[in-house]
Design a protein around this ligand. Structure first.
Ligand code: HEM
Ligand code: FES
Length: 393
């Protein structure tokens, strides 16, 4: 068509069809309330819908910080507040005004009858470009981590030599399994492989890759496939082991029950003690995941079905991330450390990360405060034995 020429009826229809194809019905208009974010999914993309002063908005649901779903957050003073660490995004623009500045990816949204439609294929109404400072570039690394081209395959990865069929199953002492995996990581590096009963597992201790994989749920990665069956057999099936739509429904209930409205924050020093304890001795020092589609992890092509073990504790024990990393120093969490001392909070993720981050991450510290406060109020605590005898695994 020449410039200025009116489009033919056929061309208009074709364009209408094309437009209609891109639009997805994601919610009923009545579901989008003014006082809370509304979760939605379209074409595998997690979305959050909000009402701003200037109309409806649809944003990426994964928080740019560590991937927690913003649809699980709160609306406070015209800001969408992330549940995990409180990052706040303007409802109308998706911008975070404090450092590190970020802007949520926004999608065109419209209403038709009583439905809300979102256009996914269109070029997103993108964030204003911010000057990338080194810190910001580092923060966005997990988003880039699974996009690099594959230069190696599983066959190229190092790892412990196991027995035929059993693989490393006979070498593993179940009581100290995380320490064995960590020792192998020190020997073979941040990406190595092992086999267990003819099944290959890739063991990952690079914190950027771990976070990227935790964020890649539920689309590309799930908890290891046998977990759901084991929990069901034990009669303890629930949100931790559920997958797919069952997980989505249970997750919503869990998040409502544990909302910040009900949990109050106080006792900063006890919080610091809890953070430091969980840095050194997290309840879950590693996580088992399974690729549910082919992935490139770092530079390694990992086929669908491969197990992925994330050694999430190891980076928290490294002096690259925490000064005097082996020492128990709660003060490091209270901004009382020398400015130059290494302190990378994102290298300690005791509650996991991404869309399946622990829903109890606000309640658990509250419980710890209550237990610690009760303990120090009612008992005198003394160490048994010499300090040198107290070690940690
Ligand atoms: C110190 C205490 C706790 C620690 C260290 C902890 C740690 C974790 C971790 C690492 C995960 C996996 C997260 C992921 O997949 O990325 C998780 C999941 C979960 N946690 Fe916790 N947790 C704690 C306390 C609690 C409490 C008190 C509750 C509830 C009252 C809770 C409920 C859950 C649930 C329901 C899941 C599964 C979430 C899902 O898969 O969507 N946790 N927790
Ligand atoms: S503030 Fe959203 S994940 Fe940390």
């Amino acid at each position: 068509m020449q410039a200025g020429e009116a489009p033919s009826a056929q061309a208009k229809d074709a364009r209408k069809d094309e437009d209609a194809k891109d639009w997805h019905v994601v919610a009923a208009l009545a579901d989008v309330a003014a006082d809370r974010p509304c979760p939605a999914v379209a074409g595998g993309v997690e979305l959050v819908l909000v009402r701003s002063g200037s109309g409806l908005r649809a944003y990426q649901a994964q928080c740019p910080h560590q991937g927690t779903l913003l649809s699980e957050g709160e609306i406070v003073e015209r800001k969408l507040v992330c549940r995990a660490h409180g990052w706040r995004f303007d409802l109308a623009t998706g911008e975070r005004s404090t450092a590190p500045r970020q802007c949520l990816r926004s999608f065109p949204v419209k209403t038709q009858n009583d439905a809300v439609l979102v256009q996914l294929e269109a070029k997103p109404l993108e964030a204003k470009p911010f000057e990338a400072k080194p810190f910001e570039a580092k923060r966005s690394a997990p988003e880039q981590a699974l996009l690099a081209p594959a230069r190696r395959t599983l066959a190229d990865l190092p790892g412990p030599r196991g027995w035929p069929i059993f693989g490393s199953a006979l070498q593993i002492d179940i009581v100290r399994v995380h320490q064995m995996l960590e020792d192998w990581a020190r020997q073979y590096g941040p990406l190595y492989k092992m086999s267990i009963m003819n099944r290959v597992a890739v063991v990952i201790s690079d914190p950027v890759l771990s976070e990227a994989l935790l964020r890649a749920r539920p689309g590309s990665v799930r908890r290891t496939g046998n977990l759901e069956r084991i929990f069901a057999e034990m009669g303890t099936a629930g949100v931790f082991s559920a997958e797919g739509s069952a997980w989505r429904a249970q997750r919503r209930l869990a998040m409502q029950a544990l909302s910040n409205h009900q949990l109050r924050v106080f006792f900063p020093y006890l919080d610091a003690v809890a953070s430091e304890t969980m840095r050194l001795k997290p309840v879950a020092p590693f996580q088992g995941l399974e690729a549910i589609e082919d992935l490139v992890v770092g530079d390694v092509l990992v086929p669908k079905g491969t197990w992925l073990y994330l050694l999430t504790r190891l980076p928290a024990l490294s002096s690259d991330n925490f000064a005097e990393a082996q020492a128990f120093e709660p003060e490091r969490w209270l901004d009382e450390r020398p400015a130059a001392a290494a302190h990378t909070p994102s290298a300690s993720i005791p509650f996991g990360s991404g869309p399946r981050v622990c829903p109890g991450r606000t309640l658990a510290p509250l419980e710890m405060r209550v237990v610690l406060a009760t303990l120090v109020r009612n008992f005198d605590v003394e160490r048994v034995g010499a300090g040198e005898d107290v070690g940690q695994g």
